[in-house]
Design a protein around this ligand. Structure first.
Ligand SMILES: Nc1nc2c(ncn2[C@@H]2O[C@H](COP(=O)(O)OP(=O)(O)OP(=O)(O)O)[C@@H](O)[C@H]2O)c(=O)[nH]1
Ligand SMILES: [Mg+2]
Length: 549
């Protein structure tokens, strides 16, 4: 046994991995020696597989049979020695006892011995390959087997080593070269990774330096800017040298009126404050208006009128009890249970006549001849002029009505028998119509109320909820100047509380006290419920009675 193998770096084979490190063969041989002293060596085999690797039989049987007893003795003595050595080494655990591995790829010298390899460290062996891992590739397996071969060569058959060493050396040197190649390739691979890392680091450093440079440049530029600003008044040349900024020019089409400056739409703090103050003032004024309105105390006559005619918002049950037929769409003949005498009293003879359309005029030249006394209905758009005409005549559908303000755009003349002519005027104020058209018909209305000869009274309709507006006052002024008689008619009384109807009437009467052409009292009606219509009929019928054309 070579002393170099004492390090125990050789991987034990399965056969040798028995208790006490003995192979079966060795045990057998020992047994034969003990029991049959003369028959020693008949079945002794070498404990390793050099037989397989080298192709040489190490069994002592052939030798003993062929040669004589002397030879047998020699063989016996050799076999005993080998078995003894195996036993001793196995017990001491130096040779096959430990599970150590030796790879002879790099450290193997040209002679094929493991003299240098035995002392090689585990680390070095792992660098080359990892035979312990199960995922061992073919190359490493080959290396491993080769290393074992080389080791076994050194262990057994020293005598034949000289013959076989050349072959094994060649083989080993070839494989060592291959392994080195593999190793170099692997090392190159590691090198690439390192290179990549190094490059990444270098790039990072470059980026950092670039950003620093930028920051420095920026700070320098800003400092320079400040200095330039300071020296602006002193040194004009320096400012000229600086790169001038391009001014942003906003081009606005002079013909396009929709273009607005940005400042117009941007709400500033001052503007907001002003707006808030204005809105607060307006609210205060409105509040004061409302307060003033609530402070109005209507006269007892007005209050009694409101109550007698069931004006204002009323419950249906109350209207029913009063004899109004609330189920009728047109509650003109609202007294369902009236007697003939009552009916005659209610239905003024004038308004019994059939309502006929006479003319529609857009201009004053197209007015019909003023043969009949005319009663005109004026007021803001959607106030209920056309609806009142229908309610007075009880002939729904002759005069067109609509929810949309601005339906009536011409002066419409309606003949009520041979007694009277009712005129439906277009409304003024807000309307769904073009400004030009609106202006035209407003002018026409003004012309009509101020110049029409046959006009006996203008019923100026005011929405009870909203009261009089500026446009209403304008028309009143015009009629005052033209000395046209006019009477205020509060419409849509069913929309507000009875007390508010009375307040509104009182308010208007107070406002128009000084006016000369106004006809008192204020009439309150509702075309929907029919309240107050009867009173209005009576008032209007009186006009025709005393009119002499
Ligand atoms: N609640 C209620 N609604 C009414 C009353 N009178 C009219 N209306 C409604 O008010 C709307 C306008 O009525 P119109 O008679 O067309 O008003 P207008 O003054 O002729 O309107 P323009 O022709 O546009 O000037 C319609 O939807 C009517 O139903 C009323 O006494 N009470
Ligand atoms: Mg109308």
């Amino acid at each position: 046994m070579p002393a170099s193998m004492g390090s125990g770096n050789v991987k034990p084979r399965k056969k040798l991995k028995l208790a006490n490190g003995l192979s079966k063969d060795a045990k057998k041989s020992v047994e034969t020696l003990d029991s049959n002293g003369k028959r020693v060596g008949t079945s002794i085999k070498a404990p390793n597989r050099e037989n397989e690797t080298d192709g040489v039989s190490h069994s002592a049987d052939n030798a003993s049979s062929k040669k004589g007893s002397r030879v047998k003795r020699m063989v016996r003595s050799n076999a005993v020695e080998e078995v003894y050595e195996a036993l001793v080494n196995a017990k001491s655990g130096i040779f096959y006892g430990k599970k150590k591995r030796v790879y002879a790829h790099r450290d193997m010298d040209n002679k094929g011995t493991l003299e240098n390899c035995v002392g090689s460290s585990r680390r070095r062996s792992l660098l080359i390959a990892k035979p312990s891992t199960r995922k061992m590739d073919l190359e490493t397996q080959e290396k491993f087997s080769d290393s074992r071969e080389s080791r076994e060569n050194t262990l057994y058959d020293k005598g034949r080593r000289s013959n076989n060493s050349e072959l094994s050396n060649e083989r080993n040197s070839r494989k060592v070269k291959e392994i080195r190649k593999v190793k170099c390739a692997k090392l190159d691979g590691y090198g690439e990774e390192e290179n990549v890392k190094r490059k990444f680091k270098e790039r990072k450093i470059l980026d950092q330096s670039a950003s620093k440079q930028k920051a420095e440049c920026h700070s320098r530029f800003s400092r320079k800017k400040v200095q330039d600003k300071k020296n602006l008044g002193e040194d004009l040349d320096v400012s000229e040298q600086r790169p001038k900024k391009k001014k942003q020019v906003i081009r606005i089409d002079p013909h396009d009126t929709s273009n607005k400056r940005l400042d117009d739409g941007v709400p500033s703090k001052d503007n907001n404050k002003k707006k808030q103050e204005d809105s607060a003032k307006e609210k205060a004024v409105e509040l004061s208006k409302n307060a003033q309105f609530r402070a109005i105390r209507p006269s007892p006559s007005i209050l009694s009128f409101v109550e007698d005619n069931l004006l204002g918002r009323r419950r249906d049950i109350l209207l029913k009890r009063a004899g109004y037929n609330i189920e009728l769409s047109a509650p003109l003949d609202n007294i369902a249970f009236s007697t003939s005498s009552e009916r005659e009293r209610i239905e003024e003879p004038v308004f019994r006549n059939k309502l006929e359309f006479l003319a529609a005029a857009k201009v004053s030249s197209s007015f019909p001849p003023a043969d009949l006394p005319e009663i005109a209905f004026a007021g803001r758009s959607n106030v209920g002029k056309s609806s009142l005409l229908n309610a007075l005549t009880r002939q729904w559908g002759v005069v067109r009505t609509s929810d949309k303000p601005g339906l009536t755009q011409t002066i419409n003349f309606f003949k009520l028998g041979s007694k009277m002519c009712l005129v439906d005027l277009p409304g003024y104020g807000f309307a769904y119509a073009k400004e030009e058209v609106k202006e035209a018909w407003e002018e026409l209305v003004k012309e009509y109320v101020s110049t029409r000869l046959g006009l006996k009274r203008v019923c100026l309709l005011i929405d009870t909820k909203w009261g009089m507006k500026q446009t209403d006052h304008e028309l009143i002024d015009l009629m005052e100047r033209a000395q046209t008689k006019y009477q205020i008619i509060l419409t849509k009384t069913d929309m507000v509380f009875p007390i508010d109807v009375a307040r509104r009437a009182m308010q208007i009467e107070e406002n128009l006290k000084a006016h000369k052409s106004v006809v008192q009292p204020v009439v309150m009606v509702s075309s929907k419920s029919g309240a107050g219509i009867r009173s209005l009929r009576t008032v209007l019928a009186k006009i025709t009675r005393f009119v002499k054309l």
